[in-house]
Ligand binder design. Structure first.
Ligand SMILES: Cc1ncc(COP(=O)(O)O)c(C=O)c1O
Length: 408
């Protein structure tokens, strides 16, 4: 019997607006070739607190009531209160935020998706940084958004072109990753954030602030959040995540939104999955309540700082003088570079992983259509110790040399 062909039954969204993640493909190729990887924006497994999580999660089953459907669509109340207190103590929140403005999400990725569902119609314009997080582009485009890139420099979004777009188009929201941005590594300065907020207020446009790297700061204080700076006007929806500071596999993040939006987002959540597992949220809360969170984050930062410095010095040693330039991120996982004389970085990345067994992400995947910078490249240092970065850069330099020779 011929099997049913689901192509015929697909929605126009599934048929026309779902795109394959080039990052996922590069990560697959890295595994396939057993390559040294500068690809994944994922924390290092050796820094994930497996033993403490095992204990914290084991104790969850002392309370069998957690095995029923959750009482709250927003997520486990005690965890939401913990997040509010933690962020408030760090001075990251405006006064209006109470625990019922916080929803636990399946990573900040779910927050992006829910916000997109609530705020985007097919054809809506969404402003994104140039470059920006690729999975956000895919998620917004799935909803039918037309993503418009705004230029950034080492201080954040450049205000003049931002205002030009705001003047000419009806923008639904600005999506921004202000700290240790994925992919560029840049952090918006406090002054620039204030200027951006002022312009958005003028055109009455909200911000979706995605802040998963907030705590991974290696050179000093992180500037104030947009949500704090926006104060009482509550035009910022904030996304946080435990993926980079605890473990991405627990899939736990949070969204902060004013009540007028949160009621809609709650309905979307019920619609999609009723609620998220209470056992998971209780386990995470057990863990967070038993550790010194500040000391834990300082420990992570001292390792990642060393890894960043190792990659930067290996790049300078092996790629210096080859038409390669790069920035120096103050935190997060990513170094952003440019390689002269390579017209198609996607083709180069495939060549490098297959021939020299080193994985990188071509920068072009991080841009809204029409804005791509073809010579840029993203390198993650999160998972590599000094020796791996050294060997990875030797391979990368060889790949650049041989690729250029081959394309003469
Ligand atoms: C900017 C940005 N937003 C969101 C995410 C998704 O993270 P989560 O694991 O919290 O869903 C990532 C992950 O790499 C990211 O870099």
């Amino acid at each position: 019997m011929a099997s049913y062909n689901f192509e015929r039954a697909l929605s126009s969204m599934a048929r026309e607006r779902l795109e394959i993640s080039e990052i996922g493909e590069m990560i697959r190729l890295v595994k396939h070739h057993g390559a040294i990887s500068f690809t994944a924006g994922e924390p290092s497994a050796d820094l994930m607190p497996a033993l403490q999580l095992k204990e914290a999660f084991g104790d969850v089953f002392d309370d069998p009531s957690l095995l029923g459907y959750a009482g709250s669509v927003l997520g486990y109340p005690d965890l939401r209160e913990w997040i509010r207190d933690w962020m408030r103590d760090d001075g990251l929140l405006p006064d209006w935020v109470v625990a019922s403005d916080i929803m636990i999400t399946c990573g900040s990725q779910e927050g992006l998706s829910l916000a997109g569902e609530a705020l985007i119609d097919p054809g809506s314009y969404v402003l994104v940084e140039s470059p920006t997080y690729m999975e956000a582009l895919l998620s917004f485009r799935k909803q039918g958004a037309v993503c418009v890139g705004v230029p950034t420099d080492e201080h954040g979004i450049v205000v003049e072109p931002l205002e030009t777009v705001l003047k000419s188009k009806n923008i639904r929201f600005l999506y921004s990753i202000p700290n240790f941005q994925n992919p560029s590594g840049y952090t918006a300065s406090a002054e620039r954030r204030i200027e951006v907020l002022d312009v958005l207020r003028k055109y009455d446009v909200p911000i979706l602030e995605d802040d998963p790297y907030h705590h991974l700061s290696y050179d000093g204080e992180t500037p104030p959040t947009y949500i704090k700076l926006s104060g009482g006007d509550a035009r910022v929806v904030y996304l946080g995540s435990f993926s980079k500071i605890v473990a991405p596999g627990i899939r736990c993040g949070w969204m902060i939104a004013p009540a007028s939006l949160m009621t809609r987002i709650s309905s979307l959540r019920v619609n999609a999955c009723l609620d998220l597992p209470s056992v998971l949220q209780r386990g995470l809360l057990n863990y967070l309540s038993r550790i010194d969170v500040k000391a834990h984050i300082e420990g992570l930062n001292s390792v990642y700082r060393r890894r960043r410095d190792a990659l930067l010095s290996a790049l300078d040693r092996h790629m210096g003088g080859m038409g390669f330039t790069h920035n120096r991120p103050g935190g997060g996982f990513f170094v952003w570079g440019n390689v002269d004389g390579i017209a198609d970085m996607t083709d180069f990345a495939r060549y490098a992983v297959a021939s020299e067994k080193v994985g990188v992400i071509p920068g072009s995947v991080f841009f809204a259509p029409g804005a791509a910078d073809q010579t840029s490249i993203r390198l993650s240092f999160a998972k590599n110790d000094e020796a791996q970065s050294e060997e990875g850069c030797i391979r990368l330099a060889r790949a650049v040399k041989n690729y250029r020779k081959g394309s003469l």
